[in-house]
Ligand binder design. Sequence first.
Ligand code: CP
Length: 305
Amino acid sequence: MRHVLDITDLSVNEIEELINVAQDIIANPDDYREVCKHKKLATLFFEPSTRTRLSFEAAMLDLGGNVLGFSSANSSSSAKGESVADTVQVVSYYADIIAMRHPKEGAPLAASYVSNAPIINAGDGGHCHPTQTLTDLLTIYREKGHLSNMTIGFCGDLKFGRTVHSLVSALSRYEGFKFVFISPSELMMPSYVKANVLDKNGLSYIETESLTDVMPELDILYMTRVQGERFFNEEDYIRLRDKYILSPDKLTNAKSDLAILHPLPRVNEIARSIDKDPRACYFKQVQNGKFIRMALIMKLLGLSK
Ligand code: CP
């Protein structure tokens, strides 16, 4: 039994396999309609979600399986004081695979020790979000045709933004990526990511507060929301939340084939007027998320078409 708690739980070859399967699902959805017949996915979301939970559920339904679960801690017995470990052990008697989100870093790891079913980390606090990363990799691959030799700028809340931690970790294993981190000083990429992922692998990066200065260099711009729910201080959140707002004027010196990504939800950081720009890829990410999660569910259950 395998769990996916971190993107590095999957090798580069396995990610390539998942991307290939996802692309085949996109091209031939009918071939996959019964692959998970009689299988059940449980979605245990102790923290709010729209995309991740519903795309997991849509993925399992499109594979012919069934879904059960809860969308908030308050609607489960954790509201009565039940531990995460007990909750997960119980659900693993009912489901074949579990996708779990929790506000505490490491909760899915703790769950994996007691679960009788594969655990997929659907986001744990400010730590990581491996299936968003699979979504991002599929999107970059489909937009650019390859996963190598590009400059990617991460902009916004790089401290609490778990999707950026996972994506940097993933891209550090591919050839020739250059990393540009654009954030206010309070929300810089955590030093543990820089030390354990970038420095350890001899990968260089640039840190700056100015999106405008670096825009012409970027092949990919990964915008992020300032994660208000992880701030200790409302005043700091209000001061920082609108630091970067991507509007059409900010794109005047951008590459014509720039890919603009955002894991969503967005608040103010991308103006609605950008949505019609052919470089905006964030709603394509949403669509890709379901297909790559279908591929991952199949892989962890040992199923193929
Ligand atoms: N990208 C993402 O994790 O979105 P949700 O919080 O809506 O699941």
